[in-house]
Design a protein around this ligand. Structure first.
Ligand SMILES: Cc1cc2nc3c(=O)[nH]c(=O)nc-3n(C[C@H](O)[C@H](O)[C@H](O)COP(=O)(O)OP(=O)(O)OC[C@H]3O[C@@H](n4cnc5c(N)ncnc54)[C@H](O)[C@@H]3O)c2cc1C
Length: 384
C-alpha cells in the first residue's frame, strides 16, 4: 500500500527506531518506519546485549530464542592485550546475552506492527505548510531520526559526521564456528573475553554465541585501527583462542560516544534517537541499550506532546536524556588527567585485581548495574 501520510515517520529500523515505533503504535498512532535496507539486514556489531535491554523491550526470551541465537552469558575473561594475566568474573544469573543483529533487529521491527517502507532511503525532507514532505510524497507532522551515525535527519539539522566529531571506530567479524570445531580453541559459549589496548584507548573482544564466533576491536582513536585489529588477532591466535584463518574480512563502522556528542536531540517537528543522537556509553561503547531507552523516551515525549511538535514542546525529551545519561563531560571517556605512562602501569595492575575488575570494570563500566532498566509504558522523567 502506498503511504501518503502518517502521524509519525521514523527513519531507520534498528533497535532505536523499532522500539519507538512499537510504543507509538501501541498508543494508537499511525507510524511508518522507513529504512534504506530490506530486512532482515545485518549491522556491524558484536551483538552483546545487557539485561536492562531485555527488560526494557519486555523481550520474551523463550519466544525469541525459538530459531534464533540468544546466548546467556555468565562470565567475563578480561585483561590487557599482550599480557599473560587475565581475570575471570562469574555470575550465577545471566549477566548479558549474545544475539545476532540480523535476527534481533528483524524481530523487533516486525513486532512493532508499524507500517513499513523498507529498501527506501530518505532522500528529501522539506517543510510544507507546517508538516514535512518526505521523498516528495509522504506528509507527516513529525520525523524521528533513527538512522544511526550517518542519519540523514541528523544531517538535515546540522550534524556533519566527519573529522569535526570525535567518534569511536570499531571493526568486527562474525562467522559460524560449530561447537565441535570450537573445542580446539579457548572459547566457551558462556564467557565474553575482552582485553584493553595498552594505551587504554579501546578494547578487543571475542565471544561465542550459538554456533557463531564474533571477534572485534573498537577505539576512541580510529588511527591505525586495522593494525590494532591485526595485532589483537595475532595475540589471540598465539593463545589459541581463535582459528588461524578467519573466513572473511572485518567490517567497520563509526559512532559517537555520549560525552562527545553535540547533536541536538529535538527541534521543530523532529527528534533524534539512538546513534543518530550519539548516545553510546562512554567506557563500553554499548549502544543498543541507549538506542532502546531513547526510543522509549522519545515515544513518551511524542505521546505527551499530543500533536504539538514545536521545539519547546519536544524539549522534555532532551531534558530526560540528560537526566538519564548525565551532563556532558568529554573527559569521562579518556581519563586524561593522569600522564599516559602512569595510567598504563596503573591500569595493568588494576586489571589484574579481581575486586576492581568485577565491581568497576564489569559491573560499572560494562553492565551499568548501577543504572536500573527503564520500563515501557512509564514516563521516564526522573529515573536515573
Ligand atoms: C563493531 C561494532 C560493535 C558493536 N557492538 C555492540 C554491542 O555488542 N552491543 C551494543 O550495545 N552496541 C554495540 N555497538 C553499537 C551499536 O551497534 C549501535 O549503537 C546500535 O546499533 C544503534 O542502534 P540504532 O537503532 O540507533 O542504529 P542502527 O542500528 O545503526 O540502525 C539504523 C538504521 O537506519 C537505516 N538508515 C541509515 N541511513 C538511512 C537512510 N538514509 N534512509 C533510511 N534508513 C537509513 C539503516 O539501514 C539502519 O537499519 C557496536 C558498534 C560497532 C561499530
Amino acid at each position: 500500500m502506498p503511504v501518503r501520510s502518517c502521524d509519525v515517520l521514523i527513519v531507520g529500523g534498528g533497535p532505536a527506531g523499532s522500539t519507538c515505533a512499537r510504543e507509538l503504535v501501541r498508543a494508537g498512532l499511525d507510524v511508518v518506519v522507513m529504512d534504506k535496507h530490506a530486512f532482515p539486514r545485518d549491522k556491524v556489531c558484536a551483538g552483546w546485549i545487557t539485561p536492562p535491554v531485555v527488560q526494557a523491550l519486555h523481550l520474551d526470551c523463550a519466544d525469541y530464542a525459538h530459531g534464533r541465537v540468544m546466548q546467556a552469558i555468565h562470565g567475563f575473561r578480561t585483561g590487557m592485550i599482550g599480557a599473560e594475566t587475565e581475570v575471570e568474573t562469574r555470575y550465577d544469573e545471566p549477566a548479558s546475552f549474545g544475539i545476532r543483529r540480523c535476527e534481533f533487529d528483524h524481530y523487533l521491527l516486525q513486532r512493532s506492527q508499524a507500517r513499513m517502507r523498507l529498501g527506501e532511503p530518505l532522500k528529501t525532507m522539506a517543510r510544507d505548510g507546517g508538516a514535512w514532505l518526505v521523498n516528495g510524497e509522504i506528509r507527516t507532522p513529525l520525523v524521528v531520526g533513527a538512522g544511526g551515525h550517518f542519519c540523514p535527519v541528523a544531517r538535515k539539522f546540522g550534524s556533519q559526521p566527519g573529522p569535526a566529531e570525535a567518534v569511536v571506530a570499531a571493526q568486527e567479524i562474525e562467522f559460524p564456528l560449530p561447537p565441535r570445531e570450537r573445542s580446539a580453541y579457548r572459547v566457551d559459549d558462556e564467557t565474553v573475553q575482552f582485553y584493553f589496548c595498552a594505551d587504554l584507548k579501546g578494547y578487543g573482544w571475542c565471544f561465542a554465541k550459538g554456533g557463531y564466533l564474533n571477534i572485534g576491536l573498537g577505539r576512541e582513536d580510529p588511527h591505525k585501527l586495522p593494525e590494532h585489529v591485526s595485532e589483537f588477532c595475532r595475540w589471540l591466535r598465539r593463545r589459541e583462542v581463535i582459528p588461524g584463518d578467519l573466513p572473511g574480512k572485518f567490517n567497520g563502522h563509526a559512532y559517537l560516544l555520549y560525552p562527545e556528542s553535540r547533536r541536538p536531540p529535538a527541534t521543530d517537528g523532529a527528534l533524534l534517537i539512538g546513534d543518530a543522537a550519539g548516545l553510546a556509553y562512554a567506557r563500553s561503547g554499548e549502544g543498543i541499550r541507549p538506542a532502546v531507552e531513547s526510543g522509549l523516551m522519545a515515544a513518551a515525549a511524542i505521546i505527551e506532546a499530543a500533536g504539538d511538535y514545536r521545539r519547546e514542546s519536544l524539549a522534555r525529551y532532551a531534558s530526560r536524556l540528560t537526566a538519564r545519561f548525565g551532563k556532558k563531560s568529554p573527559a569521562e571517556s579518556s581519563s586524561s588527567w593522569l600522564p599516559q605512562g602512569i595510567r598504563q602501569t596503573l591500569a595493568a595492575s588494576l586489571m589484574a585485581t579481581r575486586w576492581f575488575v568485577r565491581h568497576v570494570v564489569v559491573d560499572r563500566w560494562f553492565l551499568h548495574a548501577q543504572q536500573q532498566a527503564i520500563a515501557a509504558g512509564t514516563r521516564y522523567g526522573v529515573q536515573r
